[in-house]
Design a protein around this ligand. Structure first.
Ligand code: NAP
Length: 442
């Protein structure tokens, strides 16, 4: 592994193709024999530091259409939180099902699950049939793993019944020294970013792009008012930028003055600190419409009377009733998650009479991921990396996200020995340095 790391660090990318792929590598895993370890505990009591282990695993066999990537850096996504606390189900059920689907997929069904759905690194080997990428290419990977053998996926790969999230519903993810991906997950690494900055946008950036900008999501347009929950968080940090970049007005909801400051630094002006306002949308298990109204009045106060065209939803049960209420007549509530609970409750009279729509959204197809990565590469959207941990401390990094102690994205150094490496385009970086560093050390 040292030879590979050294070749990459000395910019001798041509040499990478000649180096042997190691038989095994270190990956961050959860173990099948530990899925019951948190039985009886509440969600918040479950500690990812106990279930995530750095383990030597055999390098999987490279199949047709696949690539093995030397991972320089990765990032924490909430899906690794879910995997590490075995909620709502253990991800081993996904691996077993996938393993049964074909001979090629059998290798994914292991008693360990190498997690992680982001990477920036260098292609080491490509499998038969791969023509667009070669060993030595500097890449990032999006996390849509799709078979595309069924007709349903051919308009939009997210509609494919064999669509999976790499590193969550498949094995050999990005929180490791090596990763196995399908070659149609690969995209060029933005040249002005370090390894850890380039790895950070991936999953959440593509998800926010589809959910808010794409015609498959809310198709946001200039002048829209967009309510962004968790506006400085993983998804929200990109949704806020897309709203600003696309001529819309984000109304950013956050839970502290520090997070409000980050939103201001991104250029947002209308910000609600939900902790300071002490909204109680639920009391003793019952929704409180008077609190939805108080929230709506605050929004109108900030916008000068406008209601919300698009709600960027993901907290779920805690906020969904309020989200439906504050949306304008004909507006859209677009949702990709239910962090606080998936049994949502809202007053349907506020949906059907004013002809509002709820739009479900999930990750993004290759085209959408490519467009989202292109905006990063052009310096139009910026990474939201606040901190990077070494691979061995992935448990702590995941704990921070689980406890909402983080800002933006938390990165992980895999083969990269330190932060700050991998920049190719220094001129573009210099131009955007302030924006790239907005979330740092917060
Ligand atoms: P994150 O970095 O933890 O950000 C979520 C933010 O939501 C938090 O920072 C917090 O911000 C806010 N929040 C948390 N609890 C809240 C509550 N009770 N009321 C209002 N706001 C609350 O996580 P993320 O990466 O953005 O992911 C969020 C969710 O989306 C997760 O459940 C994840 O699994 C899911 N997700 C789904 C997809 C998909 O493709 N379907 C993709 C990415 C993520 P404040 O404390 O500042 O308010």
């Amino acid at each position: 592994m040292d030879d590979i790391r050294n070749a990459i660090l000395s910019d001798d990318l041509a040499a990478v193709a000649d180096l042997p792929v190691p038989d095994s590598y270190e990956g961050m895993v959860v173990r099948a024999d530990e899925v019951e370890m948190f039985a009886g505990l509440t969600t918040k009591e479950k500690d990812p530091r106990k279930s995530l282990h750095l383990q030597e695993v055999p390098t999987p066999e490279l199949g047709p259409g696949e690539a093995i990537v030397a991972v320089m850096a990765s990032a924490i996504n909430y899906n690794t939180v879910w995997t590490s606390i075995f909620e709502p189900v253990s991800t081993f059920s996904f691996l077993t099902r996938y393993g049964r689907s074909s001979d090629l997929a059998k290798k994914h069904d292991q008693p360990y699950h190498v997690v992680g759905s982001d990477l920036a690194g260098v292609v080491l080997r490509t499998g038969p049939g791969v023509t667009k990428w070669q060993a030595g290419d500097e890449v990032v990977a999006h996390c849509l793993s799709v078979e595309l053998e069924d007709p349903q996926g051919h308009d939009d790969t997210m509609m494919d019944p064999q669509q999976r999230i790499w590193g969550f519903e498949t094995n050999f993810g990005g929180l490791a020294q090596l990763a196995l991906v399908k070659s149609n997950q690969l995209m060029p690494k933005p040249g002005h970013l370090t390894w850890e900055e380039a790895a950070a946008p991936g999953l959440v950036n593509s998800t926010a792009y589809r959910q808010l900008v794409s015609h498959h999501g809310a198709a946001m347009k200039q002048g829209d008012t967009v309510l962004v929950w968790g506006a400085s968080g993983g998804l929200g940090g990109y949704a806020t930028q897309y709203a600003l970049n696309g001529g819309a007005t984000p109304i950013c909801v956050v839970s502290s003055p520090e997070k409000a400051e980050i939103c201001r630094a991104m250029g947002a002006e209308l910000i609600i600190d939900r902790s300071a306002e002490a909204y109680e949308f639920w009391k003793d298990g019952v929704q409180q419409p008077s609190e939805w109204k108080r929230f709506g009045a605050k929004i109108r106060e900030l916008t000068g009377g406008d209601d919300i065209d698009i709600v960027f939803e993901h907290p779920g049960r805690d906020t969904f009733g309020a989200s439906v209420f504050v949306t304008r007549r004909g507006g859209i509530i677009t949702t990709c998650a239910s962090t606080t609970g998936y049994m949502h409750e809202y007053d349907n009279r506020y949906l059907w009479m004013p002809l509002k729509r709820i739009v479900g959204s999930h990750f993004a197809n290759y085209r959408e991921s490519w467009e989202a990565n292109r905006l990063i590469a052009k310096g139009a959207i910026h990474p939201t990396l606040s901190k990077a941990y070494p691979l061995a401390e992935t448990g702590q990094a995941t704990y921070d996200v689980h406890r909402n102690l983080h800002q933006g994205k938390v990165g992980v150094l895999c083969l990269a020995p330190e932060e700050g490496l991998g920049v190719r385009d220094h001129e573009l970086r210099e131009r955007h340095l302030e924006a790239i560093n907005r979330f740092r050390n917060r």
